[in-house]
Design a protein around this ligand. Structure first.
Ligand code: GRF
Length: 203
């Protein structure tokens, strides 16, 4: 099975996929890593691992749809079985989403449906929450709104800052994201009209 991984930045989740593939817990080829930013540090991680890279620079397009069309063409060239958004910081339109419905995952650093969007850790702290966490979810046109697949929870500690909390959540991200991708590639996960299922059971 083949994965395409889309990034915008440092690529620590991409690195978790590279490591999971190396240690055999992820049974997949990473066919390509695509960034919308030419300077994304994650591209270097991909090159170091011998993975093909591509950049579709969003600043070269004046609207979301033509960017999504170019992204779709680039990704489709690699014929992925699943597409993994790993810190990919562009909102995607149905132009890209529809062809990959049910095979497209994102990771979001909150316990969705809490805190879609940005600054999730600061928002959890400001709300005096007792825990934070991370969610892997199927991608639908609703931003951070697709059906959750897997979550990990992290207790908030006295004196936590957004940075400290983010670092502890990130460790969990690296554990759960390759696992969720492995389930998807094994055909265990599905996106249905009523939400996500694992082995046929509602999640
Ligand atoms: C992660 O916190 C992820 O949850 C969010 O963006 C960040 C990406 O980090 N969607 P990295 O580029 O994988 O290190």
């Amino acid at each position: 099975k083949r994965l395409a991984i889309l990034i915008s930045g440092r690529g620590s989740n991409l690195q978790a996929f590279i490591d999971a593939q190396a240690d055999g817990t992820l049974d997949a080829d990473i066919a390509v890593v695509v960034s919308n930013r030419p300077d994304a540090a994650g591209l270097e991680r991909a090159r170091n691992a011998g993975i093909a890279t591509a950049c579709v620079d969003h600043t070269s397009y004046d609207a979301r749809e033509p960017f999504d069309t170019a992204l779709l063409e680039t990704v489709s060239d690699y014929q992925p079985d699943a597409v993994i958004l790993a810190g990919f910081m562009r909102i995607l339109t149905p132009v890209f989403l529809l062809p990959f419905t049910g095979s497209l995952l994102n990771i979001h650093p909150s316990l969705l449906p809490k805190y879609p969007g940005l600054n999730t850790h600061q928002r959890a702290l400001d709300a005096d929450d007792s825990e934070a966490g991370v969610t892997v979810h199927f991608v639908t046109p609703e931003l951070d709104g697709g059906p959750p697949v897997l979550q990990a929870r992290v207790p908030i500690q006295t004196g936590d800052t957004a940075e400290r909390l983010a670092a502890r959540v990130l460790e969990k991200e690296h554990l759960i994201y390759p696992l969720a991708a492995q389930w998807l590639l094994q055909g265990r996960l599905a996106l249905t009209d009523n939400g996500a299922t694992l082995d046929g059971n509602a999640i």
